[in-house]
Design a protein around this ligand. Sequence first.
Ligand code: 2HA
Ligand code: ZN
Length: 276
Amino acid sequence: MSDQILTSPKMEKYLNIIDNMYRLGWDERNGGNISVLVDEEEIEEYLEGGRHYLRDIPLPLVADPILRDRVFFFTGTGKYFRNTKADPKNNVGVIRISEDGKVAHLLWGFEDGGKFTSEIYAHLMCHAQRLKIDPHHHVVMHCHPTNLLIMSHLVPNDDKEFTLNLWRAMTEDIIVFPEGVGVLPWMLCGNNEIGVATAEKMKKVRCVIWGLHGIYGAGSDLDEAFGLIETAEKAAQLYLGYSSRKEINTITNDNLREIIKGFHLEDVVRWEFLDE
Ligand code: 2HA
Ligand code: ZN
């Protein structure tokens, strides 16, 4: 199989984002995983139409019909983001979900016999959920950003309380994620249960905190998903910088209402988070 896919803009962007995430300290060792739903026209010239399969890899769940016959980039299980850009063939794979939703046809990559991330449950469930409410959805990103993780040790596992602390950290946070964030308590990762719980939260939000573990972000493209996580992570960093000191100026609920009006967020904001 040719490696032409490596010259595609989508794959170049994917590898650069993975490299960036490692450099930001969000993906130590084998931490983190990213999957991208790729439109047919984006891969056809690089993968000879995308119907030549190297091998089949069984999926640990039956994929939702909305995902069947669709192509994804996936990071590999046990693989290190630190090594991925220099050695994409062993660290990432391009798969097509089979027509019956039971296997992944491997189109390229995972050359050392590897397979997709152990978090594939959560990824596929989140893709299906987001696609049902947002036809522009393409990306699911999981990582371990330092400040959001510290915050999950300090703030109750409550969507409203977590969101307000992030919104109040900086004026533009509510503009980036007006729907807020969802928070899950500590749960075992890598299984169906956490996948279902994450996808349930993603009915309302693109950003789900996995308490004491990390974050899931979804977006229409890699920049959107990355930008969402980087904004939430910066808000967490700011929050941690002032929350244990005497804060004398704060963004009030009235200020938040002004931002909502000024930036026309009335239809997308979670108004109930502003109830006193
Ligand atoms: O893939 O981050 O949650 C490594 C992880 C699992
Ligand atoms: Zn993780």
